[in-house]
Ligand binder design. Structure first.
Ligand SMILES: N[C@@H](CCC(=O)N[C@@H](CS)C(=O)NCC(=O)O)C(=O)O
Length: 212
């Protein structure tokens, strides 16, 4: 039996959500520890860089930084590509998604400040401009991968952690604009496939409803 993982994050989807999907997919027992904002000042000194998310695994020192955590867990659970080249391709697509997530951050800031008018204004702007090129690139990646390897995921012919990162990004942008994927059928199909993977389907049905 693999040592049990505890994931610490706020009670939000945010940076932890694709980590949760990796853990849910793994079929292993894990703990989804959600920290309230009121508790945070008292525990901020615990994680390595004073930030969330971080994970604890029995017998190890804590591991922080969302992408480092995902890479580590994905390697444990067969979600990090078939070889080192695929692992590199996965990293590249994940780093590209990190840029798209940066675009979404002002929206998250406005939501956290409970300024819904400003959040809506930001959502309208970014969905009309900055998000579209990301969608086009991911749609093209899926098209190329289908031609090259017959795969229905972003890299190779099985799911990897970057599928989870990109589908979460799609989920978040769909909350801003519900018809965003109408012109991107392959991305829409990827979202459905990932949402229905073993472990992830159950997790999505039972996760807490949070604003971000
Ligand atoms: N590069 C880090 C960034 C982590 C980060 O900014 N975490 C935020 C929450 S999303 C946080 O801990 N904020 C509270 C604080 O810094 O006190 C990662 O990807 O994990």
């Amino acid at each position: 039996m693999a040592p049990k993982v505890t994931l610490h994050y706020f009670n939000l989807r945010g940076r932890a959500e694709p980590i949760r999907w990796i853990l849910a997919y793994s079929g292993e027992d894990w703990t989804d520890h959600r920290i309230e904002f009121s508790e945070w000042p008292a525990v901020k000194s615990i994680p390595p860089f004073g930030q969330l998310p971080y994970i604890e695994i029995e017998g190890q020192t804590p591991l922080a930084q969302a992408y480092a955590i995902m890479r580590y867990l994905a390697t444990q659970y067969g979600l990090a590509g078939a070889d080192e080249w695929e692992a590199g391709e996965i990293d590249a697509l994940a780093d590209y998604a990190a840029e798209a997530n940066t675009v979404l951050r002002p929206y998250a800031g406005a939501m956290m400040a409970k300024d819904e008018k400003k959040a809506q204004q930001i959502a309208d702007e970014i969905t009309e401009t900055t998000i579209k090129p990301f969608l086009e690139k991911y749609e093209k990646t899926l098209q190329n991968n289908q031609l090259q390897s017959g795969g229905e995921f972003l890299v190779g012919n099985k799911p990897s952690w970057v599928d989870f990162v990109v589908v979460q990004l799609m989920d978040e942008t769909l909350r801003l604009k519900s018809d965003l994927l109408e012109q991107h059928p392959l991305l829409k199909g990827l979202c459905e496939r990932v949402h229905n993977l073993d472990g992830i389907k159950d997790f999505l049905e039972t996760r807490p409803d949070t604003p971000l």
